[in-house]
Design a protein around this ligand. Structure first.
Ligand code: PLP
Length: 460
């Protein structure tokens, strides 16, 4: 395939994408395939001879779309969304056509400076302090790992980087049981050890209890541990819990602890001023991650980390071997020194396109609709005999269960997902099997959300 072929086939691909999106409502949301079905259709080895684009494209059409779970399907109500606005798809097309790699300012000046510009736009959009800065990662997991590594090194006075962890004081990180497992993973991978992630008790509203936080830290100090940091949960994955950050911050300050906020899903909603109280205090923390790829239309992958002062993170993550030395090193930002990988995609372009093509008002109206429709659906389900609303809507997420018990709820979920018109997932809450409902795909409408009610009624 040469560049002339590319020109022809990328136009074909653009047509294909238009038809794909237009036809999504007619497809089952979840892939109706069994494990191994796709693999069995692939040849055992790559071809020695080149194959014509026609054949490759025909095989793509025959094999791949029918075996996908369609994340852009307007009735995808599972996990959290990974929404993709058309403007983001266009930006990704350009990024892939250019094939740039932005590890250093000089390897793609526009990539670095656009990233700085988008961080500035987003800080303003989410009403965060303008003095902060930040960077873009692939995922919230990587951003949280970067923050936890920074907590570790800050607490060890940066000795862990050079001497290793053996012989160092035992560290402790604090989070509530509602935080995502990316925090557990970060603490494990940082060599702190999962047993040293203290899951602080919560209040009735599932927020971290500041008194329990203080007691845990004091007990750890008495036992010879060194408290290193706190990860706050702003929009937990299971049922959307929010920590009361402002109430916990005095404890963090009293013990000079670094603070990081995981707002992977809910952060995008902070473009709407009415949702700010949910995250009050975030502006006084040290670091915050949110995923525009979840709920802001800048498709996967795009995780923004806001950082109050990047010095400690750069000291933790950055290395500057001679082959990466650049003449401008002192005057410019080399973002590889802020993140885990060396190589970097130009993720800022899709933010630039989405934020301009839709404006913040476009993002706000979508998020407000998702929240309003979720509440509406929740009330309709509440009115149904035999259905319990187990956790109330938090933004666009609530959970429900059948009053008959776990087995019946689980069987209902199996029937719903086998049916294919909507896709829902489950969690455990207070020992109970519950079905999560959340909406947020870019093209989701009120009719799609109400469609969920019909499916649930029909399949009960
Ligand atoms: N934090 C929360 C609250 C999440 O819901 C998720 C994923 O859904 C993550 C972190 C991890 O996100 P990522 O896939 O970007 O690593």
């Amino acid at each position: 395939m040469n560049h002339d072929d590319l020109n022809h086939w990328s136009k074909r691909a653009a047509d294909w994408i238009t038809v794909y999106h237009a036809g999504l409502r007619d497809r089952p949301v979840r892939a109706p395939v069994v494990p191994g079905e796709v693999l069995a259709q692939l040849p055992q080895a790559a071809p020695d001879a080149p194959e014509p684009p026609e054949t490759i494209f025909a095989d793509f059409e025959a094999l791949i779309p029918g075996a996908l779970t369609h994340w852009q399907h307007p009735r995808f109500f599972a996990y959290f969304p990974a929404n993709a606005a058309p403007a983001s798809i266009l930006a990704e097309q350009l990024i892939s056509g250019i094939g740039a790699q932005g590890m250093l300012w000089q390897t793609s000046p526009a990539a670095t400076e656009l990233e700085q510009g988008m961080i500035r736009w987003l800080l303003r959009a989410l009403d965060m302090p303008q003095g902060w800065t930040g960077t873009i990662h692939d995922s919230a997991t990587t951003a949280t790992l970067s923050a936890v590594l920074t907590m570790r090194e800050r607490a060890l006075n940066f000795a862990g980087l050079t001497e290793g962890l053996s012989g160092q004081p035992r560290l402790r990180i604090y989070a509530s049981a509602q935080t995502h497992t990316s925090v557990d993973k970060a603490v494990r991978l940082a060599g702190i050890g999962q047993d040293n992630l203290v899951k602080v008790g919560t209040r009735d509203d599932l927020s971290m209890d500041p008194k329990a936080l203080r007691s845990a830290i004091e007990a750890d100090l008495s036992a010879g541990y060194v408290p290193a940091g706190i990860v706050f949960c702003s929009g937990g994955t299971a049922v959307g819990a929010f920590d009361d950050i402002a109430a916990c911050l005095p404890v963090a300050r009293a013990h000079d602890l670094m603070t990081h906020v995981d707002a992977a899903w809910a952060g995008s909603a902070m473009v709407c001023p009415e949702f700010h109280p949910l995250m009050a205090g975030a502006e006084a923390c040290d670091s915050l991650v949110f995923n525009p790829h979840k709920w802001m239309g800048a498709q996967f992958d795009c995780a923004v980390q806001f950082i109050r002062d990047p010095v400690d993170q750069i000291r933790t993550m950055g290395l500057r071997p001679s082959f990466l030395e650049t003449l401008e090193a002192e005057e410019v930002v080399n973002f590889n020194e802020w993140t885990v990988p060396l190589g970097r995609r130009m993720r800022a372009l899709k933010l630039w396109f989405v934020l301009r093509a839709h404006g913040l008002d476009g993002v706000r109206s979508r998020i407000r609709n998702h929240v309003a429709w979720t509440r509406e659906l929740c009330e309709m389900l509440r009115a149904e005999a035999g259905i319990d609303i187990v956790t109330e809507p938090r933004l666009s997420l609530f959970t429900f269960a059948l009053t008959e018990g776990d087995a019946a709820t689980e069987a209902l979920l199996t029937r719903i997902n086998a049916d294919g018109r909507i896709y829902l997932t489950q969690t455990k809450h207070a020992g109970r099997f519950v079905i999560r409902f959340t909406c947020g795909t870019w093209d989701c409408t009120r009719d799609d959300v109400m469609g969920a009610l019909h499916v649930i009624r029909e399949l009960r």
